[in-house]
Design a protein around this ligand. Structure first.
Ligand code: PHE
Length: 467
């Protein structure tokens, strides 16, 4: 494509788009459940430390690489490394990973949209039935919901960076904040809500095992949309005047604040429905939480606010999660789209149509991997467990390659681009960064323990997951 590179129109537009990417299903459901099960305030504290001490420097690395190179992740790795073949592999990983994660994230977003549609249509009582979810994911309506989700993502992305991504974020993110706060206020005024708040906040440090610590870091890393080339790509749409350190801090704060606030919605809701619940019994995964557990809680509201009232609350919840998921999906899909446009010079429309078709096929295959097609349902088997195509995508790209990508960007910035260049780049547009303690911290941490931790996680995951 010729002409100037597309750009975000304003600083707030960039921050909202990046925050839109970061705020997703992980914040709204994954985080509150993780916190409730794993020590409440102790988990919160540890999570916050991970966000600022480990994830924020990685976020700065990604954003500044993108802004400096003004290219998609593959182009950025090649340009900065002087076309090194080895670093191109890192570039390829940084575009293949988001493409594959987008597939599984899209499948979940389609379910969210389906549940939104069903609650709005007055079928909350059906959704509350524990057998519904299993039938729902294998029903043919899924394909109709998928068409809608793909259509929405397509419409936003074909508008481009400023008129598409930025506009959507400016519309959806404030709406999301308002809905979240409205739901929190509503839930906190229910009976027994304070038991949930207490449970959420009071720390229990004895729950912090090695697995919990590892899980909290993985959650923080995923939540900030790291390791997926997203912030490299979004960073390539801002210029030298943009203040990267401040923007990154604001994104991290927003993301963490939304996650924390979501806990004030989910846990009091659960406790007001069932004051004697033992949190160890809470669903293991966000998926069963959203699609089986929460619809029951919403339905129980009918005794106080009637069926229509309960359906409205449930619809607002699913709309909230849907908005959060759409802005994340848009960001992750923009990465391969930007790569195809930059590397092959094709138009945005063409990139969207071609990659969108491949993505759609993969999403359909995933949908068929929940029992419909044997070869997809038992797609692989490792460590003695049969895995569906959907599971394999999550294991390989989300659980395994994500920390590897994080490791690679740290090493790349410090040792290939060189930390002097990285620091100089971060100082552009940022008045208070130079010479401060934060600059020193980012530099030292990226040189030492952050890549070390990410590498250990990667190796450990490979060893535990596949053998
Ligand atoms: N940050 C998102 C979340 O917490 C994760 C995500 C981002 C997923 C971008 C896909 C794309 O849910």
């Amino acid at each position: 494509m010729s002409g100037a590179r597309e750009q975000f129109g304003s600083r707030i537009g960039f921050i909202l788009a990046a925050a839109g990417s970061a705020v997703g299903i992980g914040n709204l459901v994954g985080f509150p459940v993780g916190a409730a099960k794993n020590g409440g305030g102790a988990f919160l504290l540890m999570y916050a430390i991970f966000v600022f001490a480990i994830c924020l420097p990685v976020m700065l690395a990604e954003m500044s690489v993108g802004r400096h190179a003004k290219k998609d992740p593959l182009g950025a790795y090649s340009a900065i490394s002087g076309n090194s073949g080895k670093w191109k592999i890192a570039g390829w990983l940084a575009i293949a990973t988001p493409f594959m994660i987008a597939v599984f994230y899209m499948v979940i977003t389609v379910w969210i949209f389906g549940y939104l549609f069903e609650t709005v249509s007055g079928n909350l009582d059906t959704l509350a039935n524990p057998d519904t979810f299993g039938l729902f994911i294998n029903s043919s309506s899924i394909f109709a919901y998928m068409a809608v989700v793909v259509g929405v993502v397509y419409l936003i992305l074909q508008g481009g960076v400023k008129e598409g991504i930025e506009k959507a974020a400016k519309l959806l993110m404030p709406a999301l904040f308002v809905m979240l706060i409205g739901l929190v206020v509503f839930v906190l005024t229910r009976e027994n809500a304070m038991a949930g708040v207490k449970f959420y906040i009071i720390p229990d440090f004895s729950k912090l095992t090695a697995a919990v610590v590892n899980g909290a870091l993985a959650q923080a890393f995923f939540s900030l949309s790291l390791g997926m080339g997203i912030l490299i790509t979004y960073g390539s749409y801002i210029d030298k005047r943009a203040d990267v350190p401040t923007s990154a801090k604001l994104v991290a704060i927003t993301d963490t604040a939304v996650a924390f606030t979501a806990g004030l919605m989910i846990l009091p809701a659960i406790f007001s429905f069932n004051p004697d619940i033992n949190p160890d019994e809470l669903s293991e995964s966000s998926v069963s939480m959203i699609f089986t557990y929460l619809p029951n809680i919403f339905l129980a509201l009918q005794s106080s606010i009637g069926y229509v009232g309960a359906s409205i609350v449930a619809s607002l919840f699913f709309l909230l999660v849907f908005f959060a998921a759409i802005t994340s999906l848009v960001s992750i899909f923009e990465v391969p789209v930007a790569a195809l446009m930059d590397e092959r010079g094709v138009s945005r429309k063409w990139a969207l149509a071609s990659l969108g078709s491949v993505m759609l096929v993969l999403a359909i295959l995933c949908t068929l991997s929940f029992g419909k097609v044997e070869a997809l349902t038992q797609f692989a088997s490792y460590a003695g467990v049969d895995k569906s195509l959907f599971d394999v995508i999550i294991d390989v790209f989300y659980e395994t390659i994500l920390p590897l990508n994080g490791f690679l960007i740290c090493i790349f910035v410090i040792y290939r681009w060189k930390s002097a260049n990285f620091n100089a780049s971060l100082e552009e547009g940022s008045s208070g960064y130079r010479g401060g303690w934060f600059e020193k911290y980012v530099d030292v941490s990226l040189k030492t323990f952050i890549p070390a931790i990410l590498l250990v996680i990667f190796i450990n995951t490979v060893a535990v997951k596949y053998f």
